[in-house]
Design a protein around this ligand. Structure first.
Ligand code: SF4
Ligand code: SF4
Length: 430
């Protein structure tokens, strides 16, 4: 007697057959895919990866198959294919769902399990611990630990050296303070402090609050917020991501702000998808969707609101580089360009392939260092060709990745968050 056919994926986070069926195999996405451009392999293209997801539903490939993991791990989750797709395939949801199935199906070595627990349970949700770890790592980098690690020629040591290269020369973990609206109040918002933003780019958080305040937006303090869970979701750790999402929803609901402002594109993209992340949780799904509708990237919010106070003048040639999770993940293109153009005195030059990933992509530069390096080299070459003295972007991963690539290439180009540049302009004479 034959029973029901077992579900080929381990749980309900699996990519659904309906979403997979939206792909009509046209291939319009292929020229936009950085991994396909480098590897030239169909299975490392969006269309090929979707085909693999379907093959699992057809019971011709296991969710624990090393081949599936290999091609899915090499995907940046940059979502450039989503922008290019005429059929509206939600590739980000598909790939993150597939990653969660691989995590659930595959057994991990004890070392891998410890690394995952340390990163996802200890460091990322605990900003002070992460801040201490970042400060310690920056000090070790200054003392030459990277050179020492490279000299060992051990794979793990070299990866740790690569990680140290990514860190900026100094970190700021100042807690995010509330800021009053200056002049007529035009909004009342709460801000995500963030894990990496809060422990390394605390100064950018403070700059964001100052810029909002100058534009008549009150920034209120929010107690109980935590890491947004984006890195967890990218890495297939959806249960852990859900736990963090619930804590954030509860914390920001208490603040009763008009909007939740995020200045890290990866975090904003993830928080706008809390409704999807918690869709199967009856106690939280409606709250998650209501919360997600309030999330705004800082450039989106300020660009849509319009600046009430004109910034002061700055000098130099600058280029804008789109963070993937701002452009492809949140479809925000015009607002950051308009804000940059509003700073008097700047010569804004075009950057070829500004919409192309820099190779940071969550933890990609750690998990796929060789591919990440090739993708970064392409970005650095475009920046150098543009003649820009400053590259402006809006995501911590991009800031660190691009700065490290430029440093290694010996290019004297500054990399700065758009909100830091705006803050600088406001402090500059008109
Ligand atoms: S998300 Fe990026 S890397 Fe992945 S398939 Fe799409 S375009 Fe390629
Ligand atoms: S563009 Fe969209 S429909 Fe066409 S192959 Fe790519 S994912 Fe499928």
């Amino acid at each position: 007697m034959s029973g029901p056919v077992p579900m080929p994926y381990p749980n309900a986070d699996a990519p659904t057959q309906e979403m997979i069926a939206a792909c009509v195999h046209c291939g319009f996405c292929l020229p936009t895919c950085p991994t396909y451009a480098i590897l030239g392999v169909e299975m490392d293209s969006p269309r090929g990866r979707i085909r693999l997801m379907k093959t699992v539903w057809e019971h011709r490939l296991g969710a624990d198959s090393p081949g599936l993991e290999d091609h899915i791990s090499k995907c940046l989750d940059c979502r450039a294919c989503e922008t290019a797709c005429p059929s509206g395939v939600e590739y980000g949801k598909l790939v993150e769902g597939t990653r969660s199935q691989i995590v659930a199906a595959r057994s991990r070595s004890p070392i891998e399990r410890v690394v995952r627990v340390a990163a996802f349970d200890w460091l990322l949700p605990h900003r002070q611990l992460l801040g201490g770890f970042a400060a310690f790592s920056i000090a070790a980098k200054r003392l030459g630990l990277g050179t020492l690690l490279r000299a060992t020629r051990l794979g793990l040591a070299r990866r740790m050296a690569d990680l140290l290269d990514l860190l900026p020369d100094r970190a700021s973990s100042a807690p995010l303070a509330a800021a009053p609206a200056i002049g007529e109040r035009r909004g009342r918002v709460a801000m995500l402090q963030g894990c990496v933003m809060g422990s390394v780019f605390g100064e950018t958080n403070a700059a964001t609050a100052r810029v909002l305040s100058r534009n008549g937006v009150e920034v209120i303090a929010t107690v109980g917020q935590t890491c947004c869970g984006a890195l967890h979701a990218h890495a297939g750790e959806r249960e852990r991501a859900r736990e963090l999402a619930r804590r954030n929803i509860a914390a920001f609901e208490r603040s009763a702000a008009d909007a939740v402002i995020v200045n890290a594109a990866g975090c904003g993209a993830a928080m706008k998808e809390y409704g999807w992340l918690l869709k199967d949780d009856p106690a939280w799904s409606a709250r998650a969707s209501a919360f997600a509708a309030k999330v705004r990237d800082a450039t989106e919010y300020l660009g849509d609101l319009g600046m009430s106070e004109k910034p002061g003048a700055l000098r130099g040639r600058v280029a804008w580089d789109d963070p993937c999770h701002l452009l492809h993940g949140q479809k925000i293109k015009e607002q950051p360009r308009a804000l940059l153009a509003a700073i008097p005195g700047l010569d804004v030059v075009p950057l070829a392939e500004a919409d192309w990933c820099c190779g940071s992509a969550g933890t990609y530069n750690v998990t796929e260092p060789d591919l990440a390096r090739s993708i970064l080299e392409r970005k650095v070459a475009n920046i150098v060709r543009s003649g820009a003295e400053t590259v402006v972007t809006a995501n911590p991963g991009c800031l660190m990745q691009i700065q490290s690539g430029l440093r290694q290439a010996g290019a004297n180009v500054r990399v700065v968050h758009l909100l830091d540049l705006l803050d600088e302009a406001y402090r500059s004479p008109r």
